[in-house]
Design a binder for this molecule. Sequence first.
Ligand code: ZN
Length: 247
Amino acid sequence: MTDIPKTQQAVQLVGPDELVFNDSKEVFEPGPHQILCRVEASGLCFSDLKLLKQFSTHVRKGPLESGIELGILDEIPSYVPCAKPTVPGHEAVVIVVKTGPEVEDYKIGQRYLVQADYRWLKTATSNGAFGYNFEGALQEYVLMDERVITSPEGDSMLLAASVDHSAAAVALAEPWACVEQAYANKERQTIKNNSKMLIIAETVIDDNALGDLFDNYGKPADIWCHRRRNTEFNQNSSRDQRRIRPR
Ligand SMILES: [Zn+2]
């Protein structure tokens, strides 16, 4: 059994562009339905920058409006909507170190990857998320609540992680899953009819060069081709951008 300290080191976001290093942030005592985890690793990503800039106006930093009995949120000190300081970090690997008396599904010593988006917990225009309106992993210990991290279908947002992989490798599952998801979305697999397309290329694109692409994936109504500047192909061209008329 490891000793759990009363305070810890944490990176807190307290306002737009305002990060502070807090070396005495409270380590929360888990309530009946809560789980205290030690953070093993956390990735940083571009989404963190967006939160850094937008802070309280970020769509995932707003208050929850539905998806959970709202009174429960008062029992969760790591629920930090709106202008409350938060702890960023949503690409996390954690190990359970303490659980509340009602918690049955999580045991001390278990290692998990955090699925950060709680999609059924709605904010005004998005959803609640770990590292946003719930504190994330740029701290040594993070408190989670099983009533928050369990979907209405009963799925846990703590995904069992093998000890065969390094913490860094497991933490990378979140960003990789985002990349895979970006290509799995149906709307990304074809070109939208009657849409606008911008092509950025280093060379001149012949009007008929994209025929096969459009035959297979659909044709946009309006296509603009923007040629990168400073290429050798640019010498005797007066325009960088021109319209393409596909056959
Ligand atoms: Zn990310």
